[in-house]
Design a protein around this ligand. Structure first.
Ligand code: ARG
Length: 456
């Protein structure tokens, strides 16, 4: 079939080579952005008198018809038209005749494809920001119900000090808040119009780039036409922000997987987010959390691919850049899906407050309390640490915990200890008294919750 660019060619490629070079199988996801970009371009061509008003309007009508068909899923793409841009241009000419061939005046596929991707990511990054906010709301919801639920806090995955479960969940809230800020900040660099940069050097036609940018809702235009068509930093930045965002999700996924194991039993996932085993009837697997942990692999991979594609590329457009799309689409779909699942999973999980509390009563995570207690009585902290360490060893040998010791046993270790030690050692009191700013003390967690709620 004759190509739209076929003038200087005497042979058409074999079909398998054509298929290898084509991007229509995936860049059809940009159909609406491509039409939107063309509409702005052709309105600009009419306004500047490069086309007559009548020509501009005929083309706009044709594009709107294609838009309707696209929305109804009625467009049929062909590999021999290579990509979404040539497919649509061909369809436009079929729809309204040779005047359709005037759409491409003063434009190239190079600024066209860049415009499409800026439009696409601008929308999708906002969608991702909204999903992050939903997940934050789910965390706040659970945190609010669990301000006074205590569980062991860990370092090195060893029980360290008791904490409020609400506090633990809110740690993820703040990670997500930083992710959201990074996505928001990146919008500045997505929200720029490359349209009118043409192939690389601008155009001889008296176009108005600011006008088409304004029609498309872009805040500014690229200052340099060569940069405009070769810049993919905004995609790298999107992929990098996504990689960090999903890293945070994998940390929570890992905790959810641990917590829902028999060994921890701190939570039970809603059935919707778990699956059974084909052979072991008792199983309830935290599949969705595992899957998201695994999906981080493709998101990291997409970032590395994009960096590798760009590395060493000379100015300006190179066909290598066609490889920028699949990783971007895949990352958008992965992030939206993962965030959505996570919001539901957090919201619907059952928190086993009794098991968590039982856990803090069955460990030495109150040992710091005793050391602080002695330090408050004037014993140098280093000595207090030693005294309590010995008491812990004593308990381990006796197979009991600190709260099981008699006052005589305490006094034997240190005569400064008196009856009030028992309330000091209570895990709930240990949490309550950690009232330093940003600490896990219940009052602090409540203050933190108020701050968090302002951000959702
Ligand atoms: N399908 C191409 C891409 O995705 C569109 C731009 C093609 N430009 C060109 N000069 N061949 O990158």
């Amino acid at each position: 079939m004759k190509k739209l660019w076929g003038g200087r060619f005497s042979k058409t490629p074999e079909q398998w080579i054509e298929e290898f070079g084509a991007s229509i199988s995936f860049d059809q996801q940009l159909v609406l952005e491509d039409i939107e970009g063309s509409l702005a371009h052709v309105k600009m061509l009419g306004k500047t008198g490069i086309l007559t008003q009548d020509e501009s309007e005929q083309i706009q009508a044709g594009l709107l018809k294609l838009k309707e068909k696209a929305e109804a899923g009625e467009l049929e793409y062909s590999v021999s038209e290579e990509d979404i841009h040539l497919n649509l241009e061909k369809m436009l000419i079929d729809e309204i005749g040779p005047v359709g061939g005037k759409l491409h005046t003063g434009r190239s596929r190079n600024d066209q494809v860049a415009t499409d991707m800026h439009l696409y990511l601008k929308k999708q990054v906002q969608v991702i920001i909204d999903h992050i906010t939903e997940m934050q709301a789910a965390l706040v919801g659970q945190a609010e119900k669990n301000v006074e639920t205590i569980l062991p806090g860990y370092t090195h995955l060893q029980r360290a000090q008791p904490v409020s479960f609400g506090h633990h969940l809110l740690a993820y809230f703040w990670m997500l808040e930083r992710d959201k800020q990074r996505f928001q900040e990146s919008l500045k660099r997505i929200d720029i119009s490359p349209l009118g940069a043409s192939a690389l050097a601008g155009t001889t036609f008296p176009i108005d780039r600011h006008y088409s940018a304004e029609l498309l809702g872009f805040s500014s235009v690229y200052e340099n036409s060569m940069d405009a068509v070769s810049d993919r930093d905004f995609i790298v930045e999107f992929l990098s922000n996504s990689a960090l965002n999903i890293t945070h999700l994998t940390r929570l996924a890992e905790e959810i997987i641990l917590w829902s194991s028999k060994e921890f039993s701190f939570i039970e996932l809603d059935d919707t987010y778990a699956t059974g085993s084909s052979i072991m009837p008792q199983k309830k697997n935290p599949d969705m959390a595992e899957l998201i942990r695994g999906k981080s692999g493709r998101v990291f991979g997409n970032l590395i691919s994009m960096l590798t594609i760009l590395k060493g590329l000379p100015m300006t457009y190179n066909k290598d850049m066609q490889e920028d799309k699949e990783g971007m689409f895949d990352t958008v779909h992965t992030m939206v899906g993962s965030l959505k699942i996570f919001a539901g999973m957090i919201e619907t999980m059952t928190v086993k407050t009794d098991v968590m509390e039982e856990a803090v009563n069955q460990d030495f995570s109150n040992a710091t309390e005793l050391a602080d207690y002695l330090a408050a009585k004037g014993i140098p902290f280093r000595e207090a640490h030693e005294i309590v360490g010995k008491l812990v060893l004593y308990c381990i040998n006796k197979n009991c915990y600190l709260l099981d010791l008699t006052l005589e046993e305490f006094k034997e270790a240190c005569n400064e200890i008196s009856n009030d030690v028992y309330s000091v050692l209570s895990p709930t009191e240990a949490v309550r008294r950690r009232n330093s700013y940003g600490g896990t003390g219940f009052d602090q967690v409540k203050i933190q919750l108020e701050q968090a709620k302002k951000l959702i």
